[in-house]
Design a protein around this ligand. Structure first.
Ligand code: PA5
Length: 429
């Protein structure tokens, strides 16, 4: 088994020619220089590039120790956050923990849905609770409301001293309401570095601490990210698969492919796609430009979106996330009567059938006019997820620079907030 994720471009065909690649090389070089010399747009937000090495052993151990203390103390650990302060942890936990096992970590503050929060609070009422509240600004409305309500419940159950052992804040080093609250009450605090933006924070305590709370080996995740970081240091597109992916995206965009669909054949990748959508959508969708990031979960979506992908508007390209591990945990049994006519698959594993479904889909979509490439993931482990996180973060930085935007700001997200605060009657809005 390979010890790195890899990028397969078999089904790009004539949609991306050698000449196209050659033509984009000068822009790729500029993007590489911006990133490595830290002198491009958004240069003050490149702290994520160093997280795999700056997150040292002592820091990892501290997070693991605190997480195991909370796991012992609490039946449930509620992680409160939204956007970049939610999706990375959710992606890691959904991908790396069992689907049907007893759940320890629950999320709140990522929506404004009353029934969700009410249900969570009712479930939490009779249980021992711990909380990790995550907000870089410390003022985001959704997590602030959720935390206020969870805190209200906890304060009825626990003394001030007990609360201090059950609340962990992940926030800015100096500023914000959360930092002030943590300092005033002696809550354990993890820092989101100033130069790390929300959607690039998964390899900081924002993603790592909740993952540790769910029992994931975060040092493996960091090791994976370190490996990927090393592998992506070459500016040579033939050696740097991430740069190739970034270049391919821009070439396809310039040929009218305005939508990228990140498709998987394993529902454990669902939230990796959600994380990816935020990363790419917020980083590239600005100045009236950008590839619209969408996602599909196959084979379920082959029975819905499959029609559009095969046959609809030809402004789409597709990237597959492929789990390469062969497993024999579900082997199809032989049935004497064979009324369902499945005996031709008897003795075959579900993982085998799923692989063939991927192979068939990538070929069919290519023939239908959807160029596609694949990110091959040797196995669903923390090590490879760390690689994948770092791969995509680097890819979007390079891709954004090639497309001529600042990949690290998000000026558009304020517009709805202003209107919402006015409607809510927020003082000063
Ligand atoms: O990527 C981003 O910057 C956003 O998605 C933020 O992470 C999100 O709005 C939450 O912000 P905060 O961590 O300040 O509560």
């Amino acid at each position: 088994m390979s010890d790195s994720i890899s990028y397969d471009t078999k089904y790009l065909g004539a949609f991306v020619t050698n000449k196209d690649i050659e033509n984009i090389l000068p822009e790729l070089e500029t993007a590489h220089n911006y990133l490595t010399r830290k002198n491009g747009p958004g240069k003050d937000f490149l702290g994520w590039t160093d997280l795999p090495t700056s997150t040292g052993r002592a820091m990892l151990l501290d997070m693991v120790k605190t997480a195991s203390r909370l796991r012992k103390k609490a039946d449930i650990i509620i992680v409160v956050g939204i956007g970049g302060s939610y999706l990375g942890a959710k992606a890691a936990i959904e991908m790396l923990t069992p689907e049907f096992g007893e759940k320890k970590v629950f999320f709140a503050g990522f929506n404004i849905c009353d029934e969700y929060l009410d249900g969570l609070l009712r479930m939490a009422k009779g249980k021992e609770i711990a909380v990790n509240v995550i907000s870089k600004s410390g003022t985001t409305t959704e997590p602030a409301i959720a935390f206020r309500m969870i805190f209200d419940l906890m304060k009825k159950k626990y003394s001030r001293k007990e609360l201090a052992g059950r609340i962990v804040c992940t926030t800015d080093n100096k500023r914000g309401a959360l930092k002030a609250m943590a300092d005033a009450n002696g809550y354990k605090c993890y820092v989101i570095p100033d130069d790390v933006g929300g959607r690039f924070s998964v390899l900081s305590p924002v993603g790592l601490f909740p993952a540790a709370a769910a029992g994931i080996d975060i040092s493996e995740m960091i090791k994976g990210a370190q490996k990927c970081r090393k592998e992506l240091s070459s500016p040579d597109i033939n050696k740097n698969q991430c740069y190739k992916y970034a270049a391919v995206r821009n070439i396809l965009y310039r040929k009218g492919k305005r939508i990228e669909v990140l498709s998987n054949f394993d529902n454990k990748f669902h939230f990796v796609s959600e994380w990816w959508k935020q990363l790419f959508g917020e980083s590239e969708g600005k100045a009236s430009k950008g590839i619209f990031p969408a996602s599909c979960d196959f084979s379920a979506d082959l029975h819905s979106m499959g029609q559009f992908l095969q046959d609809g508007s030809r402004n789409i390209f597709e990237t597959f996330l492929v789990d390469c591990e062969d497993r024999d945990m579900c082997v199809i049994p032989k049935e004497k009567s064979d009324t369902d006519e499945l005996n031709y698959l008897a003795g075959k594993s579900l993982s085998f059938v799923n692989r063939k479904a991927y192979m068939a889909t990538s070929e069919a979509h290519f023939e239908g006019g959807v160029p596609n490439s694949s990110i091959m993931i040797p196995a669903k482990t923390a090590f490879y997820l760390g690689q994948l996180f770092y791969f995509f973060q680097t890819a979007v930085a390079i891709s954004g620079y090639i497309s001529g935007v600042n990949p690290f700001d998000q000026p558009g997200v304020e517009a709805y907030k202003k209107k919402m605060f006015k409607l809510l009657g927020k003082p000063g809005a």
